[in-house]
Design a binder for this molecule. Structure first.
Ligand code: NAG
Ligand code: NAG
Ligand code: NAG
Ligand code: NAG
Ligand code: NAG
Ligand code: NAG
Ligand code: NAG
Ligand code: NAG
Ligand code: NAG
Ligand code: NAG
Ligand code: NAG
Length: 722
């Protein structure tokens, strides 16, 4: 019997006092409390190293380890990957690969937000672009993933990004559906917020909430302000990180991803072998003090989080911070107390949660409601928050609270230069739903950008309509002129995206630049679209659908797969047998312009010229959606009965259920356990001067708040009642 079980049994017997003794032991094992960062850590010697990298948009630099990673991959891995994809004897793209003299385009891939739908759409696409999938390989699309140098994710797109890394870059079907061995899958039949179904007070939901809170309170007791983003981050971790199975879901027998750090991605075997693109997650920010509860304008700083740095390449900031020490307040690049740095703040779950922190637009503090989520999920979130607030005060409940490491820097342009905290938000908060900004950074020099477009723009049927691209194009042509590449020509309104049909089939943008080097990258746009064969779509689910049956997931992935390997045939409902070749044409095209030839550049091959006529967007000769007949737009749930049955599933599988009485005892245990934990940490916490400075009192439930809390901020008792 392990200690956790022992604990539970003792708890059932009401012997809560033993909790204290055993708690010591538990802490040395993997525990959900590993979510707490380490405070009072000795800072690096700043006379020899720096935690901050400051540059300018004119002289932009990348972190040297990023450059090293990308260059090593380009040298050691990508040539073989390109050859494996394009070099076969049966290659139909019409080029002799050796003519490119090893000048391959630099490719990035972006996976946007949209909750589980966007994550699943990303999964389906990546599977269809992965050389490890036989049917993708046979179609010619499988291989693009292998030649990619960068992968960016935002919100739901950050969840699949994190999942790929923290499962060591597996194949998609193993990762999402489990492989019966070391991978348990995303377990999407357990709802994200209320995994045991709609009754918040069921024993299993309560045990789950208790585990989340134990994590969050452990962090808060280190003196670091938490928010709704923290329990949300923990919920995400259960599905997308690698330590949760169907068997341990409702237990504390696993840390459920607590303690796994984004800055430890470089230790993952696939990364060490340069088998993966370099991952980056995007988050937005609201200017501190603005209290914005609406969509942001394009002005506020956009951040990126790589395994190396928390950074912004916006001209107004142009600074990166060593991610290992994120969580440390710095002023002019220096910690105030060299013995009080913070590590372990960059929890993988918290990075994914930050990028998906959309609560500021959804909370209605006056009415204590949360919009967009289903009633059950909204109630679940508010319930957890209310219990959290009972134990700890926070400074802003509706944003991801990050200590500001950029205080004092770029004070004439950076919006939060004089602030102590940053308020980070979902990466789509400024309506740039596709995480493009890292991929257009000048210094990264990307040639091709693949857009795995799973956004739901149209509010009736949840298909993309170009909104994210239009906002990015606008931000790049105004705010980011000095720092980023420009966006290639696209239809100028969402309506034009729809009328031209480019939102409903693969499209290539920017095929024919006028300048050399090209004035923009080539964008391969792969939108979530109705099945080409006229089947009912199952992939245009709502962003706030937070439960999927296994059958639906499986059908979702295969529908995306079939669409991606098929391209489209104008005026028909049949696949384009050339699409794999056309995708290869798009990926390799910029290599023609990189080769040093004594005469003119390598001409585009005949078949690629033909492909480009069909797939490239030509603003002077736009296509029409009329060429895409017989598409069904309305979502049809492929497994409605399965969803109804989920309640029954839980009724039959209450393996972890320990009975109503035990549930109550466990809840009391949580409170008591929390108090013990707090007492143990109190010494530590007092020593953590830097953060305590910002709190009125030591007692963790009476924390300082930047935003004096209006009465209506408090959630009503009936939501919380123990
Ligand atoms: C700096 O932090 C250390 C470790 O937490 C603490 O012991 C020390 O008192 C702090 N120094 C100052 C000047 O606050
Ligand atoms: C650009 O930045 C790098 C690294 O900070 C520096 O070594 C170099 O001198 C700078 N170049 C110019 C032209 O300022
Ligand atoms: C490709 O080019 C190389 C070098 O010019 C040549 O040796 C090879 O035969 C060519 N391959 C094909 C299939 O034409
Ligand atoms: C989970 O991921 C962590 C971090 O990448 C790794 O150390 C660990 O071995 C993985 N565990 C399993 C069961 O795959
Ligand atoms: C995990 O531990 C916490 C704190 O003791 C408790 O509140 C929660 O109910 C436990 N969860 C499970 C599943 O046992
Ligand atoms: C962060 O700082 C530590 C200590 O100086 C150093 O070992 C590590 O390489 C740094 N990481 C990055 C990504 O710069
Ligand atoms: C901005 O930073 C500069 C250089 O560090 C400093 O001289 C100036 O006083 C700062 N201005 C403000 C308003 O803080
Ligand atoms: C496009 O999507 C946006 C939301 O992203 C929506 O507000 C707008 O109405 C849509 N436009 C069209 C023409 O569908
Ligand atoms: C390849 O993708 C198809 C999607 O239709 C899937 O059924 C199959 O299991 C995948 N194969 C592998 C090896 O992942
Ligand atoms: C191409 O030519 C330029 C300038 O002549 C040179 O700097 C570059 O290294 C050459 N590239 C290759 C791949 O030979
Ligand atoms: C934001 O909220 C704080 C605290 O309620 C208040 O002091 C501040 O004036 C508000 N800012 C704006 C721009 O409303």
């Amino acid at each position: 019997m392990n200690y956790h079980r022992l604990l539970r049994v003792l708890a059932i017997c009401g012997v809560t006092i033993v909790h204290t003794a055993v708690a010591q032991v538990i802490e040395s094992q993997d525990s959900v409390t590993d979510y707490a960062p380490n405070t009072n850590v000795q800072c690096p010697d700043l006379s020899t190293t720096s935690l901050i990298r400051v540059f300018t948009p004119q002289n932009q630099t990348l972190h040297p380890k990023e450059t090293e990673y990308v260059e090593t991959r380009a040298k050691d891995v990508l040539p073989d990957a390109w050859n494996a994809w394009l070099g076969g004897d049966d290659a139909r793209h019409g080029y002799n690969i050796s003519d490119f003299q090893g000048n391959f385009p630099k490719v990035g891939m972006a996976i946007p937000g949209g909750g589980l739908r966007a994550a699943l759409y990303g999964a389906g696409c990546l599977g269809a672009l992965d050389a490890r999938n036989d049917s993708a390989k046979a179609a010619g699309t499988g291989g693009l993933l292998q030649v990619t140098s960068y992968l960016t994710g935002l919100s739901g797109g950050s969840w699949i990004t994190g999942s790929l890394f923290f499962n060591n870059w597996p194949t998609i079907y193993d990762m999402v559906l489990g492989n019966g061995k070391d991978m348990d899958g995303w377990l999407l039949d357990f709802s994200l917020v209320t995994p045991d179904g709609i009754n918040l007070f069921s024993d299993m939901n309560q045990a789950f909430f208790g585990s989340l809170l134990w994590s969050v309170i452990a962090k808060a007791f280190k003196g670091i302000d938490t928010s709704m983003t923290d329990p949300w981050s923990r919920m995400i971790s259960y599905h997308f990180l690698n330590q949760t199975s169907r068997e341990n879901f409702f237990t504390n027998d696993s840390a459920h991803g607590a303690g796994q750090l984004w800055s430890n991605i470089p230790l993952i075997p696939a990364y060490q072998q340069h088998q993966t693109p370099f991952p980056i997650v995007v988050a937005d920010s609201r200017p501190v003090g603005s209290n914005l509860t609406t969509a942001l304008s394009l002005d506020p700083t956009v951040y990126e989080i790589s395994p190396l740095e928390f950074a912004s390449y916006d001209p107004s900031l142009s600074v990166g911070m060593n991610l290992t020490y994120a969580g440390t307040h710095l002023s002019n690049g220096k910690p105030e107390n060299g013995s009080a740095c913070v590590t372990g703040f960059d929890q993988a779950g918290f990075i994914m949660g930050t990028s998906a922190s959309l609560f500021n637009q959804l909370f209605d503090f006056a009415r204590n409601t949360i919009s967009s989520f289903s009633k059950t999920d909204g109630d679940g979130l508010l319930y957890v928050l209310s219990r959290q607030l009972r134990e700890v005060r926070t400074r802003a409940d509706d944003v991801a609270n990050w200590p500001n490491p950029f205080n004092g820097l770029k004070n004439s342009t950076f919006q939060d230069s004089d602030k102590t905290w940053l308020e980070l938000l979902d990466g789509s908060s400024n309506q740039e739903n596709v995480p493009y900004s890292p991929l257009f950074v000048n210094a990264r020099g990307l040639d091709v950008i693949v857009t795995i477009e799973g956004s739901a723009d149209d509010s009736v049927n949840n298909w993309p309509n170009g909104t994210g691209l239009l906002f990015t194009a606008l931000r790049q042509s105004t705010i980011l002129r000095a720092s980023h590449q420009q966006f290639p020509p696209i239809p100028q309104t969402p309506d034009a995206f729809i009328q031209t049909g480019v939102n409903s089939r693969p499209t290539f943008f920017g095929c024919d630049p006028k300048q050399s080097p090209p004035e923009y990258p080539l964008v391969i746009y792969l939108p979530n679209s109705p099945p080409i064969n006229g089947d009912d779509p199952v992939t245009n689910t709502q962003t706030f659908t937070l439960t999927y049956t296994r059958k639906h997931v499986s059908l979702f992935l295969s529908q995306v797969h079939n669409n991606i390997i098929s391209g489209f045939t104008p005026n028909a409902n049949t696949p384009d047998p050339n699409f794999g070749t056309c995708l290869q044409c798009a990926a390799i095209d910029r290599a023609r312009l990189k080769v040093n030839t004594t005469s003119s550049p390598i001409p585009r091959s005949a078949i690629c010229t033909q492909c480009f006529q069909q797939y490239c967007y030509d603003p002077l000769n736009p296509p029409s959606k009329i060429a895409l007949p017989g598409r069904k737009l309305a979502f049809v749930n492929p497994d409605p009965v399965g969803l109804d049955k989920l309640g029954g599933f839980f009724a039959k599988h209450k393996f972890a259920l320990i009975g109503g009485l035990a549930g109550l005892v466990a809840l009391l245990g949580a409170m008591i356990g929390g108090l013990i934990f707090w007492k143990k940490k109190k010494t530590n916490q007092q020593a953590y001067k830097r953060v305590n400075d910002f709190h009125e009192e030591d007692a963790p439930w009476k924390r300082y708040s930047d935003h004096p809390r209006a009465e209506s901020y408090e959630l009503p008792d009936h939501r919380g009642g123990y």
